[in-house]
Design a protein. Structure first.
Length: 128
């Protein structure tokens, strides 16, 4: 999960790179998540609960119940923390890429010139 958090943080930073306020929010949330100051619970209803030393706040559809958000702050770091946790969940639960099995065919063919039988091996359409 640690790698998923780091990947999610980099993804979130890339998404808000052109907006200074959201960049500060994502950086603050990332720092708090990595230090353990925030605990994020992702809920199935497009929301979550973010718990810190100052209290527990509910985030739903991008809106937070914290005092800063109630005072008009549109770039709450609780919202950013929930989004980072959501991205990390998606990264952690994504199916691992599967390797395609080699397709190997062994057959006996005739040489075009000598008409002798030869053993041929093909691997994914390439003759070996």
């Amino acid at each position: 999960m640690n790698q998923a958090i780091h990947t999610a943080i980099e993804t979130a930073k890339a998404k808000v790179a052109n907006n200074a306020a959201w960049t500060r929010s994502v950086e603050k949330a990332a720092q708090a998540l990595l230090s353990g100051e925030l605990i994020v619970t992702v809920l199935a209803n497009n929301g979550g609960v973010v718990t810190s030393a100052r209290g527990t706040y509910h985030v739903r559809h991008g809106f937070c119940s914290c005092p800063a958000a109630m005072n008009g702050c549109n770039h709450c770091y609780h919202v950013s923390a929930l989004r980072i946790a959501t991205i990390a969940d998606e990264v952690a639960t994504a199916p691992a890429p599967t390797k395609k099995a080699l397709y190997i065919v062994r057959c006996v063919e005739r040489d075009v010139v000598t008409k002798r039988r030869v053993r041929a091996v093909y691997c994914d359409g390439w003759s070996i």
